[in-house]
Design a protein around this ligand. Structure first.
Ligand SMILES: NC(=O)c1ccc[n+]([C@@H]2O[C@H](COP(=O)([O-])OP(=O)(O)OC[C@H]3O[C@@H](n4cnc5c(N)ncnc54)[C@H](O)[C@@H]3O)[C@@H](O)[C@H]2O)c1
Ligand SMILES: O=C(O)[C@H](O)[C@H](O)COP(=O)(O)O
Length: 376
C-alpha cells in the first residue's frame, strides 16, 4: 500500500510504517501525477483535495487531513467516489486556546492595560473557542460567546448575538470555520461595516481563517483607527499576506496558532486510528509514546499576584514575540511564509510544565489554566 503524506506531518513514519510504503511530499505543490498511484493520502491545510488533484487516481482508499479545518477538502466529491475521509477535530484546540490567551497577555503588557477586568467575546464556541474560554475563565475573565449554530442546536451555555458581543467586548477572538454560504457564513464576517462598529480600544484576534476578516477593509480601517489593536495568525491570501497590512498588526504569525507538539501529534494520531478503522487494520501504538517527556524542570511559583508574573510564566512556554519578529523579517521572502511554518519549533502545551507552589498564595487556578499542578 502506498501512503502519500505531507512532509510537515510529524510521526508519520512511527505510526504508518507498518501499514505500507510512505512517500512524503510538499503539500502545497502536490500534483495529480504524484497522487495517481497512492492508496492513502494524508494532507494538511495547504493541499486542495479536489477533482483535479485526484483526476489520475482510481485506487484511493482513504484521505485524511491532520487538521481541524476542512475547507481545503471537496468532501462531496470524495463521497461521490466513495473515498472515506477523516479530519482531526479538536486536535490542536488547546494549542489555539493557549496561543490566543498568551497573545492577550502580550497585548496587555504592551499597552499597559491589564487583561484582568476586560470582557472577552469569543465568536465560534466550538473546540478552539472553548479552549480559549477555558484559559480565560481559569484566570477569572468574563467571557461572552457567540455561536448561533450551537445555540440553535441546544447547547446549554449562554450565547449573545454578534452585535451584542461587539458592543460589550473589550477583546474579540475569532474561532469559526470559513464558510461561503448560508445564513451564518463567515467569509468576510468582519467586513468594512462590522470593523467600523468595533468600539474604541477593542483588541481583535484572528486565529481561525484569514478570510473571516476582509483584509483590505482592515487596512483601510486601521488607517483611521489606531485605537483598535489586532493580532493575526491567519491571513487573507496565504501564503502571501498583504504587505501593506503587516505594519498595522501588533503580533503577526504564519498560521501556527495550532502548532504545539501535542496538537500536531494528536492530528497524525487521529488519522492513524481512522485509517486503521477504515481498512480494518490493527492500531496498537499509543500517542503518549510519541511525545518527549514533560519538561523535567518544575517551575516553582511562590505567588502569581500580578499579570506580569503570569506573562513570564506563559513566555517560558511560548514567547510570541520571537515568531512576530521572524515574521516581519521573512514574510516577504519567496516561500517565506511556508518556510517559517515548516521550520517552526513546535512549542509544548501548558500541560507539559509542572508548577509547584512554595509560597502561601493559592495558585491552584494554574491547573485550571492547563499547567500540570503539583502541591508542595
Ligand atoms: N490558526 C490555526 O492554526 C488553526 C488551528 C485550528 C483551527 N483553525 C481554524 O479554526 C476553525 C475553528 O476550529 P474549531 O476547532 O473551534 O472548530 P469547531 O467546528 O469545533 O467550532 C467552530 C464553531 O464555529 C461556529 N460557527 C460557525 N459559523 C459561525 C458564525 N457565523 N458565527 C459564530 N459561530 C459560528 C460553529 O457552530 C462551531 O461551533 C477551524 O475550522 C479552522 O479553520 C485554525
Ligand atoms: O485547521 C487546522 O487544524 C489548522 O489551521 C492547522 O493547524 C493548519 O496547519 P497546517 O495543516 O497548514 O499545517
Amino acid at each position: 500500500m502506498k501512503i502519500l503524506a505531507d512532509e510537515n506531518m510529524p510521526y508519520v513514519q512511527q505510526l504508518f510504517a507498518d501499514f505500507g510504503r510512505i512517500e512524503t511530499v510538499n503539500g502545497r505543490k502536490l500534483t495529480a501525477e504524484q497522487v495517481q498511484d497512492a492508496d492513502v493520502l494524508l494532507v494538511r491545510s495547504v493541499t486542495r483535495v479536489n477533482p483535479e488533484l485526484l483526476a489520475l487516481n482510481s485506487k484511493l482508499k482513504f484521505v485524511g487531513s491532520a487538521t481541524i479545518g476542512t475547507d481545503h477538502i471537496d468532501q462531496e466529491y470524495l463521497a461521490s467516489r466513495n473515498v472515506p475521509f477523516s479530519n482531526a477535530p479538536g486536535c490542536n484546540a488547546t494549542a489555539v486556546g493557549e496561543f490566543a490567551f498568551i497573545a492577550m497577555l502580550e497585548l496587555a503588557q504592551r499597552f499597559n492595560s491589564p487583561l484582568k477586568g476586560k470582557v472577552v467575546g469569543i465568536v465560534g464556541a466550538g473546540n478552539t473557542g472553548t479552549a480559549v474560554a477555558k484559559c480565560l475563565e481559569a484566570y477569572g475573565i468574563e467571557v461572552l460567546l457567540c455561536d448561533p449554530l450551537l445555540q440553535q442546536s441546544g447547547d446549554r451555555r449562554e450565547f449573545v448575538s454578534l452585535d451584542s458581543l461587539i458592543e460589550k467586548s473589550d477583546v474579540i477572538s475569532l474561532h469559526v470555520p470559513i464558510t461561503k454560504q448560508g445564513e451564518h457564513k463567515t467569509w468576510y464576517l468582519f467586513d468594512e461595516q462590522r470593523l467600523n462598529s468595533l468600539k474604541q480600544n477593542t483588541w481583535l484576534l484572528n486565529c481561525c481563517r484569514g478570510e473571516v476578516i476582509d483584509n483590505r477593509a482592515l487596512i483601510k480601517f486601521k488607517q483611521q483607527r489606531d485605537d483598535v489593536k489586532v493580532v493575526l495568525d491567519v491571513w487573507e491570501g496565504e501564503p502571501n499576506p498583504m504587505a501593506e497590512l503587516v505594519p498595522y498588526i501588533e503580533f503577526c504569525t504564519p498560521h501556527i496558532a495550532g502548532y504545539s507538539l501535542e496538537g500536531k501529534a494528536r492530528g497524525t494520531y487521529m488519522l492513524y486510528q481512522q485509517l486503521a478503522k477504515v481498512l480494518n487494520l490493527t492500531a496498537d501504538k499509543q500517542m503518549d509514546s510519541l511525545l518527549p517527556n514533560l519538561w523535567s524542570e518544575q517551575l516553582s511559583v511562590a505567588e502569581m499576584s500580578n499579570e506580569r508574573a503570569l506573562l513570564q510564566l506563559a513566555r517560558f512556554v511560548y514567547d510570541l514575540r520571537d515568531d512576530d519578529e521572524l515574521f516581519r523579517k521573512q514574510f516577504l521572502n519567496p516561500q517565506g511564509f511556508d518556510q517559517m511554518r515548516k521550520n517552526h519549533t513546535h512549542r509544548r502545551e501548558f500541560s507539559a510544565l509542572k508548577v509547584g507552589n512554595t509560597g502561601q498564595t493559592d495558585v491552584n487556578w494554574l491547573s485550571n489554566l492547563g499547567f500540570s499542578g503539583v502541591e508542595l
